[in-house]
Design a protein around this ligand. Structure first.
Ligand code: 5GP
Ligand code: ZN
Length: 136
């Protein structure tokens, strides 16, 4: 289903033009307008879902095979040296467009980008408590 006021629904449906690098019945993969690196792309499902929590499982199951296809294109054609997959869910996680999408960020030696986080130093006891909390 499409959502009326959603820009990615309009882009995925072809209503708003985009630089499409791959398309099939479920997804459109487009170049990001504010790329982190050359070739930064977004995998956008044609069906609207706000985020991963709401994405139908059968569509979720096809996201990674799609990413793999495009990753091969990026390696072959752009000669990237590596690749980050980034997928933000919720404002606190950095999501700005509330239609599920996965970033594909080709990486190049000395591209100057930093994609990461500050590593914590939990004790074994703290890790155990978190494990219990998640798996209980
Ligand atoms: P988020 O922060 O939600 O994970 O990522 C949203 C991404 O969409 C950003 O990287 C931003 O540059 C990109 N973006 C936002 N609006 C448009 C648009 O209209 N067209 C394209 N191609 N990219 C967009
Ligand atoms: Zn949408």
């Amino acid at each position: 289903m499409k959502k009326d006021d959603c820009i990615f629904c309009k882009i995925a449906g072809g209503e708003i033009p985009s630089k499409t690098i791959y398309e099939d019945e479920l997804f459109r993969v487009i170049l990001d307008l504010g790329p982190a690196t050359k070739g930064h792309a977004l995998i956008i499902p044609k069906e609207h879902a706000d985020n991963l929590f709401e994405l139908p499982t059968e569509i979720a199951a096809k996201v990674l095979p799609t990413a793999q296809k495009v990753a091969v294109m990026m390696k072959d054609k752009l000669h990237c040296d590596g690749l980050n997959l980034v997928q933000n869910n919720g404002e606190i996680a950095g999501q700005t467009v509330m239609h599920f999408h996965m970033h594909m960020i080709p990486r190049y030696e000395s591209d100057g980008q930093e994609i990461g986080w500050i590593a914590g130093k939990p004790s074994q006891e703290e890790l155990e408590a978190i494990k219990e909390q998640i798996t209980d």
